[in-house]
Design a protein around this ligand. Structure first.
Ligand code: RUB
Length: 302
């Protein structure tokens, strides 16, 4: 039985929540890992205390992040059976191995002298490009700046630092960029039960333009990003962020909207690449559901 004494309050925990909200910690993977480490720390610093309110507060910082929920729920479901740090390392080790597999599957699609597009900043996509570079391939990546917070610059910085050739453009150049590209690689915040994928605003624009030009679109995502909801239900969670990020002082009569995410329809996606391999969206969903992948680490079938 958990004690009913007042719940812990920590400055570091407030900072963690604030940093996730302010996108100082961004991208589904980074958010999930930071939340997981936060919950493990709460448990270890406050043994026996009820941390439910903190967990709720943390999960509410990014409602569109199933990987954060799945990782935290997995930790809490097993925390009474396994010692905190061991369990944390066990989960992180599992996620790392899965991400290495995703990189390996996707890097095989990168050809020498190829030209590719991505949008926003996905650590999974960046890791895949770095893996392809480590295989000795030379290629160019178009990055879009991703208004209003310019996460595309982060992608450009990381790729360029690794010696990959980068062309950086405004978001509205996506169609022009695609004329030279042979594939698009996107990250994901959520893989949904009807095969749609939630990702940064602009992702479907890029994917749809690519589909119309018959350019393959690949989504790279750890299976723990699966959310067992159809898009209708998930749509209500999509965040609208502070309009001031777009235009701090708009004139009277102008309503500024700052949509942060959108759903990519399944038919424009050539393949979803998880640790299980490359599959069409509907097959990937069936596979993730049948394995209940987001609830298991030690699955002998993997
Ligand atoms: C980032 C974004 C990324 C996904 C996947 O948006 O849309 O493509 O989160 O990232 P934001 P990763 O900057 O608003 O979080 O592959 O790192 O999980």
């Amino acid at each position: 039985m958990r004690s009913s004494t007042p719940t812990p309050s920590d400055e570091w925990f407030d900072t963690l929540c604030d940093e996730i909200i302010a996108l100082k910690i961004q991208g589904a993977e980074h958010v999930a890992r930071a939340a997981l480490e936060g919950v493990a720390r709460l448990r270890s610093e406050h043994p026996g205390k009820d941390i439910t309110p903190q967990v709720k507060r943390l999960l509410a910082t990014r409602p569109t992040e199933p990987m954060m929920r799945n990782a935290v729920n997995y930790f809490l479901a097993h925390a009474d059976k396994e010692e905190g740090n061991g369990l944390l390392n066990h989960i992180l080790g599992h996620l790392n191995k899965a991400d290495q597999k995703i990189s390996a599957y996707a890097a095989d699609l990168i050809k020498n002298n190829g030209v590719y597009c991505t949008h926003c900043h996905s650590s999974t996509v960046v890791a895949m490009f770095l893996a392809a570079k480590a295989q000795g391939k030379k290629f160019t990546v178009y990055t879009t700046e991703t208004r209003p917070l310019f996460q595309g610059r982060k992608t450009a910085n990381e790729l360029a630092a690794a010696g990959i050739s980068v062309i950086h453009t405004v978001d509205s150049s996506a169609r022009v960029n695609l004329k030279e590209c042979t594939a698009v690689f996107l990250g994901a915040d959520a893989l949904l039960a009807d095969g749609k994928v939630a990702n940064k605003i602009g992702s479907e624009m890029v994917a749809e333009l690519a589909y119309n030009r018959k350019i393959p679109v690949y989504v790279l995502a750890n299976s723990w990003k699966y959310e067992d909801k159809k898009s209708k239900e998930f749509l209500s969670l999509l965040e609208r962020r502070d309009p001031a990020e777009v235009w701090p002082q708009p004139p009277a009569g102008v309503e500024v909207r700052n949509e942060a995410f959108e759903l990519i329809r399944a038919y424009v996606i050539t393949g979803i690449i998880t640790e299980f391999g490359i599959r069409e969206p509907s097959s990937m969903v069936a596979e993730i559901r049948s394995r209940r992948a987001w609830q298991h680490i030690d699955d002998k079938n993997r």
